[in-house]
Design a binder for this molecule. Structure first.
Ligand code: E4P
Length: 215
């Protein structure tokens, strides 16, 4: 499983890149709004230093509007992936983008059937939202396993992005259940690096070293 960062914050994206783990970036309208930046300007900035897939979401709700917006987004950089919501209109737009060779990420996926439809319409990626399913008492991780089994069974090459990740256990379990990618908020990237025994171990090594130097 590869890692994307789920952020429109360039400092966070650069930090993930410095770790050598960055295989792509996902953004959404809420993340961009939080930054208070101009959407296209921020995408130009991100794609100036990220060569891998950068997902940028359309705001229109009708297929023609999505196609118009998506084409504009795709012109910003060749690595822009157009993020499209999982609706009937979204599927029509995905089909058009697919025929134009523009990569798509179908977002707000909450069921295996939605993922299958998106894949058949030509989506490059599908994004099941784990955390938001957990929030309403459903099992987000189970959905990842079901989509993965279904895609394997039918030889579907659309990649599964585990999205709406809230904690490290989501990451481990998504990897085990067959997600190709997990898109992580920076906070979760930091959490993944930590273990109390690592901190205790470093402290012990350093204090033993100091003692030997003072002996
Ligand atoms: C990623 O593509 C999604 O937009 C994101 O993971 C949603 O996460 P949230 O449910 O924490 O807002």
């Amino acid at each position: 499983m590869k890692f994307f960062i789920d952020s429109a914050n360039t400092d966070e994206i650069r930090q993930a890149q410095e770790l050598g783990i960055l295989a792509g970036v996902t953004t959404n309208p809420s993340l961009v709004a939080k930054e208070g930046a101009d959407f296209h300007e921020r995408l130009r900035e991100i794609t100036s230093f990220v060569e891998e897939s950068v997902s940028a979401e359309v705001i229109a709700t009708d297929a023609d509007g999505m196609i118009r917006e998506g084409k504009e987004l795709a012109e910003i950089a060749p690595n822009i992936t157009v993020k499209v919501p999982m609706t009937l209109e979204g599927l029509k737009a995905v089909r058009t983008f697919s025929s134009l060779g523009i990569k798509t990420n179908v977002t707000l996926v909450f069921s295996a059937n939605q993922a299958l439809l998106a894949a058949r319409a030509g989506a490059s990626y599908v994004s099941p939202f784990l955390g938001r399913l957990d929030d309403i008492g459903h099992d987000g991780l189970e959905l990842i396993g079901t989509i993965s089994d279904m895609f394997d069974l039918h030889g579907i090459e659309t990649e599964i992005i585990a999205a709406s990740i809230r904690h490290p256990q989501h990451v481990t379990e998504s990897a085990l259940r067959g997600a190709h990618i997990a898109t992580l908020p920076w906070k979760v990237v930091e959490q993944l690096t930590k273990h109390p025994l690592t901190d205790i171990g470093i402290e012990k090594f350093l204090s033993d070293w100091q003692k030997s130097q003072n002996a």
